[in-house]
Design a protein around this ligand. Sequence first.
Ligand SMILES: NC(=O)c1ccc[n+]([C@@H]2O[C@H](COP(=O)([O-])OP(=O)(O)OC[C@H]3O[C@@H](n4cnc5c(N)ncnc54)[C@H](O)[C@@H]3O)[C@@H](O)[C@H]2O)c1
Length: 311
Amino acid sequence: MKITIIGAAGCIGSCAAFNIASHALADELVMIDGKEDALKQHILDLSTAMSEKDMIIRAGNLEDMKDSNIVIMTAGAPQGIVTSRMEFLTANLSLFKDIAGKITKLCPDSVVITVTNPVDPFNYAMYLLSSKHDRRKFIGYSANDSFRFRMMAADILNVRPHRVKGIVIGEHGETQALIFSSLRVDGKPITVTEEFRQKIKDQIPNILKTMEAHKAKTGRTAGWTCAMGLATICRAIKNNAREIIPCSSILDGEYGARDLSMSVPAIIGKDGVQNIKILKLAEDEQEAVTKSINHLATYMNYMKENLGTKK
Ligand SMILES: NC(=O)c1ccc[n+]([C@@H]2O[C@H](COP(=O)([O-])OP(=O)(O)OC[C@H]3O[C@@H](n4cnc5c(N)ncnc54)[C@H](O)[C@@H]3O)[C@@H](O)[C@H]2O)c1
C-alpha cells in the first residue's frame, strides 16, 4: 500500500502521517510539502520513530505520487482566523486544479481523501477534475463532526464517549444535520428530550469559534482528531473492511442530493466509498438535511462554473 500525503509538514498532514505509520497502514509513505525544512525535520523524526517497522517513509514532490493507492490532500493556503470554512473556496482553487491534474496523470485509480476546507466543495472539485469520474474514489474527510456529536451526547448523558454512537449528515459546517435518531448507547437506541437536542444544537455554531480561538494562540487545528479518522479510513480501504464511516461522498440521489458532496454514512472498502447506508430519518431530520443540501448546492455550482470541466 502506497500512501501520499500532500501538506505533510502541516498540522493535519504530520499528525496523520504519524498515525498511519504507527499502525503500519502503508508500505511506502510519501510526504509532500512546500516547506522543505519543516518536511525534512518531520521525515527524520518519523522515520527514526518507525525504524523498527518495515516501511519506507520519504519526502517527495508531486511526481512521487505515482502509483499511490491513497492520496491524502491536506495542503491549503495559509490560514488566519477563520469565521467560515467557505472562506478558502477561491484561495485553494488553483492548487486543487494543479494537484488533481497530477493525480489524473500519475495515479488515476487512487482513492483521494480531501481534508482541505471547505471540504465538501473540494471533494466535489477533485471528482469533477478527475478523468474517470468514479465517485467511489473520492472521500471528503468529515468524521470529526460525528465524533463531536458523540462526545456532546455522552457529556449530557453522563456516560463515557466510547459507549455512544451517532452520526451527522450534511455539510462539514454550520448547516450540518444532527441525526438524533441514530444515537445509540451500548448499541441500544435512546430517546432524547427536546432540551437535550437544543443543548447540542446550541453548541454547533460555537465549535468553529472555539477551535479558532485556540488556533489564535497555538496555530494548531484538529490534528489528532483528523489523524484518528484518517487512519480509520485508510485501514478500512487497506482491509476492504466495508466499515461505516461518516465521509463527505459524491451523491447520486441518496438522501435527496445529486451532483453534490456531503457527509453521509459511507461504507468504506477497497475502492473507497463502496456504498452509502441509507438511514431512516425522522421528518425534521430529513428537513435539516435538505436545508444543508440547498446551502451546499451554491458551492457545488460554483465549482462546476469555475473548474471548466465537462461533467
Ligand atoms: N476536514 C476537516 O475536518 C478538517 C479539520 C481541520 C483542518 N482542516 C483543513 O485542513 C487544511 C490543513 O490544515 P492544517 O491545520 O494542517 O494547516 P497547516 O497550515 O498546518 O498545513 C498546511 C500545509 O500545506 C502546505 N502547502 C500549502 N500549499 C502547498 C502546496 N502547493 N504544495 C505542498 N504543500 C503545500 C503548507 O506548507 C502547510 O505545511 C486546512 O484547509 C484546514 O482548514 C480540515
